[in-house]
Write a protein that binds this ligand. Structure first.
Ligand SMILES: C[S@@+](CC[C@H](N)C(=O)[O-])C[C@H]1O[C@@H](n2cnc3c(N)ncnc32)[C@H](O)[C@@H]1O
Length: 332
């Protein structure tokens, strides 16, 4: 299946880049495209010269969801995903395998959650499948300690080399767009680490909003801000708009039986349907908080916008999200 409203500007390139340049030039910053960012600098009047190289490095840390607000957001989004799946934790047909009784001499089924965040998905899987062992990793050690005995958290970089031991029955990742530099390599590692007949599932939210109304996206702030955000992360080599690419990466890595499922989540409580309205209410809070957690740093540190300018842009985008008349939704 292909996504509605595909991404022509992104694929053809120049428009978001031009916009980023224009914005970056506001506040006396300029961007010179360069692979290692060493040429990306801010002009200085009074010795306040800043190398964006360091800013980009700082940004990597700033972006980690280690504050309480971001953790609450991740837990709320987990709830949204479960509602979307009618209470399920995944769609891959792997539940029977995880639930199967483990006889003497048999190994327990194993699950791996990549970039687990607060670990809420891994904990729920461990609870629901007590015969399975769940390993969940993240760069940030923000997971709780009081967890089921069959879940283990590890601090790890999923982009580093994994042991190729083909031990997992199910590998899962959710909303890692913007965090990964080399998705093909990640998929290859996942493939190499699955037991025969094992499953991989990736869930990603499309960055660009959609609507069931005929919106002139070029006139919306949300579209403008999203394009800047996508462009900023592209500049640091961590593509954010990747939802539509997972299927290809999966097939390229050698996976078979690949299916893609697309869902819509309303971005505010605009639908009449009760369940969709509730979903929209939660997702609105998720989006608004995500803009606070993830929006500022790319716009200021990577694109060089003034903080106040970025805040004004984000506030306008937030208002658009909250406006029920827009009938916006996210594609997942
Ligand atoms: C948006 S959160 C998603 C968390 C979780 N998957 C969920 O759905 O609730 C992205 C997570 O990926 C983690 N992350 C980013 N880059 C990573 C890496 N290279 N290795 C491991 N974790 C990473 C971040 O620390 C963050 O917790």
């Amino acid at each position: 299946m292909s996504l509605p409203n595909p991404l022509p500007e992104l694929e053809s390139g120049p428009l978001p880049y031009a916009e980023a340049l224009r914005l970056a030039q506001l506040g006396s910053h300029h961007i010179v495209p360069d692979d290692d960012f060493s040429a990306i600098t801010a002009d200085s009047d009074e010795g306040s010269y800043v190398s964006l190289t360091q800013s980009v490095i700082d940004y990597q840390y700033e972006k980690l969801p280690n504050d309480e607000k971001e953790q609450n957001r991740l837990d709320l989004f987990h709830h949204v995903f479960r509602m979307l799946l009618n209470g399920d934790l995944f769609t891959a047909p792997v539940a029977d395998r995880l639930r199967a009784p483990v006889g003497p001499g048999m190994r327990r089924p194993r699950v791996l959650d990549l970039g687990t965040g607060t670990g809420i998905w891994a904990i729920d899987v461990a609870d629901e499948f007590p015969n399975a062992d769940v390993v969940a990793n993240d760069l940030s050690p923000i997971q709780p300690q009081n967890v089921p005995t069959n879940v283990r958290f590890e601090v790890d970089d999923v982009e580093s080399q994994w042991p190729r031991s083909r031990v997992f029955d199910f590998i899962h990742c959710r909303t890692l767009g913007g965090a990964i530099s080399d998705w093909s390599a990640l998929y290859k590692q996942a493939y190499d680490n699955l037991a025969p007949g094992g499953w991989f599932e990736a869930t990603e939210v499309r960055m660009r909003m959609d609507s069931d109304k005929d919106i002139d996206w070029e006139k919306t702030t949300i579209h403008y801000m999203t394009r800047l955000f996508i462009h900023a992360l592209q500049l640091i080599g961590k593509p954010a708009e990747v939802a539509h690419l997972h299927r290809g990466w999966m097939i390229q890595a050698g996976f078979t039986n690949v299916t893609e499922r697309l869902e819509r989540i309303p971005s505010s409580p605009w639908p009449k349907d009760k369940k969709l309205k509730e979903l929209g209410y939660y997702h609105m809070h998720n989006l608004v908080d995500a803009m606070d957690s993830y929006g500022l740093a790319p716009l200021t540190r990577i694109l060089g916008m003034e903080r106040v300018e970025a805040e004004v842009l984000i506030a306008a985008a937030r208002a658009e999200i909250r406006n029920r008349k827009n009938h916006y939704y996210s594609v997942v």
